[in-house]
Design a protein around this ligand. Sequence first.
Ligand SMILES: [Zn+2]
Length: 334
Amino acid sequence: MASKTIHMKYYPWLVNPYKIIIKQHQTKKTHHAFLIKTIKGLGVCELILKISKWLLCNQKNGIKYCKKCHSCQLMLCGNHPDWHQCIKNKDDIITIDHIRKINEKIFKYPNQGKNKIIFLSNIQKMTESAKNALLKTLEEPPKKTWFFLIDYNNLRVNSTLHSRCLIYTLFPPLEKKSLNWLKNQNLSNKILNLISLRINQGSPISAKKFINNGLLEERKNLFLYFLKSIKNQNLLRMLPILSVKNTILKIDWICLLLFDAIQLYFNQKKKLTNFDQFELIQFFSSNYHYLTLHQSIYTWTKCRYRLLNVPGINSELLLLEQLLKWEKILSFVI
Ligand SMILES: [Zn+2]
């Protein structure tokens, strides 16, 4: 019932988190700085938007916002004066100037007892000085000012910023539920849906994009080339397909396949990501020690890092070097 009234029919996995977070506000068991740890492709910004609508609504009814009051209308048009999204795009950098602007808005103009919301959509994109400035703001913010922060990097050790926030983890939905959702999006091939889900860390939205953007096809082609190159003991044949486009993604797919091989090496067959590529997975798990597979993943990760972080690097040359190195690791050449 509630899912209908709060219009979350497309992202059913957000219904419960919405309820939980609103409950925390209703029972005043929340914190002015709320940090959500999650992965991309779960619609977390949508979740924050809905919570904000509820917080700002003048005539809320239980966990629902009214969609009719002046506040709701302003939110609908995207220009509520008490709703501040620091940056429009979550890949933009958040600088100290952004934080200064926020401070100006929340400290200079008294809000007459109304809620104010600050939304920082990706804390990994904050500069160090922006982080420090925000930490100061979080120490003693004006009353009824709510900060929502998102952290997409679950691996990183918690920072000072984390310690100043109430942390909530938004997990991907269960596979079964995601598969249902994908089916409702007119994607009927269950096997391909499942592979796409696993490649995308269980994110249904990313899986849908993955399929609709033709990446599933690209992946199939890559592995076809891969298998041929392995059979010919000539990995250099992969160079054209690796360098033509989506290089980083393709490196990720190779690494995921190697992880599968390690899993199979230890007889863990159930949760393989690339279960349609069994021949390749088996080749690696039966011919190599898992440490060799680890080493392979390590060199690929390093190559990936350099491709992303070394400015002006010759990517084709780097890939060539990596493939030659990998041939050595796999003992294709002596
Ligand atoms: Zn309203």
